[in-house]
Design a protein around this ligand. Structure first.
Ligand code: NAD
Ligand code: 4PL
Length: 243
């Protein structure tokens, strides 16, 4: 129970990797604020975990600030932010236009900034915080059909380094977990679903990744005991990409 007495916000908690993270952090003792654009899905997860559901769009500054406020109203503090909400696109490069580029950047990068900023002030006041972004090994591998996503996730790595530098003096760490292709509702609903066997052939461990393979890595970085690690990206992909 590494998170006993802790309060954790998890964005993208309605399904997939975010949902597995919410479950894991709750299992470790944390109170959970489940945030999602899918309000019904967030409500279902929150009720399973006796947590707080927040229907919010992370790309909206007003929603991001309301997310922090509602969590503080209910639980009185924010110890952990895990930002797992994102659009995971499959789009050929020739189909990418500027409006689509902006859409992906606004959720996958601007959203990461907005939710981090929203929790920063209460964490600073408390002198403690753990911020964990979900990046992707696609940024390292240069995975096809995800152009704006690669750019956004690279930006998330830069944001993570900036947050670590700027907030370390307040007792706040910032890290990212970079999963490889993982069996989630989002990805299984796209042509990425056909890539699992190929990617498996590049992994050291020959099976498909599940959201439950990612959640324990996040739980460690969300815990007090990871306190000497900050500004890092932990790749969790069965050895697909190695730097
Ligand atoms: P998913 O599509 O299954 O779930 C994403 C969740 O985020 C959904 O519930 C969706 O409603 C929510 N969401 C989307 N836009 C939002 C917004 N603007 N505001 C609030 N909520 C929003 O995705 P997943 O595969 O579970 O991915 C979760 C995270 O893991 C993402 O950051 C993704 O980039 C990352 N990731 C996924 C994979 C993979 O292969 N599944 C690999 C590497 C990284
Ligand atoms: C290797 O982040 O990292 C497909 C879909 N393949 O979302 C990802 C790889 C996908 C990835 C990702």
């Amino acid at each position: 129970m590494r998170l006993e007495g802790r309060v954790a916000i998890v964005t993208g908690a309605a399904q997939g990797i975010g949902r597995a993270i919410a479950n894991k952090l709750h299992e470790e003792g944390a109170s959970i604020a489940a945030v999602d654009l899918n309000g019904e899905g967030a409500g279902k997860v929150a009720s399973e975990l006796d947590g707080l559901a927040i229907h919010a769009d992370i790309s909206s500054e007003g929603d991001a600030n309301r997310m922090a406020r509602e969590t503080l109203d209910r639980y009185g503090k924010i110890d952990v932010l895990v930002n797992a909400a994102a659009i995971v696109p499959f789009v050929s490069w020739d189909e990418v236009n500027f409006a689509y580029w902006r859409k992906i950047i606004s959720v996958d990068l601007d959203g990461a900034y907005l939710v981090s900023r929203a929790v920063e002030r209460p964490m600073r006041g408390a002198g403690y915080g753990r911020i964990v972004q979900i990046a992707s090994n696609a940024f390292l591998a240069g995975t096809p059909n995800m152009g704006p996503y690669l750019a956004a996730k690279g930006g998330v790595v830069g944001l993570t380094r900036a947050l670590a530098t700027e907030l370390g003096k307040y007792g706040i760490t910032a890290n990212a977990v970079a999963p490889g292709i993982t069996r989630t509702e989002g990805v299984l609903g796209t042509p990425h679903a056909e890539a699992f066997d190929f990617v498996q052939s590049l992994q050291a461990i020959p099976r498909h990744a599940l959201p439950e393979d990612i959640a324990p890595v996040v739980a460690f970085l969300a815990s007090e005991e990871s306190g000497w690690i900050t500004g890092q990206v932990v790749v969790a992909d069965a050895g697909h990409v190695r730097d």
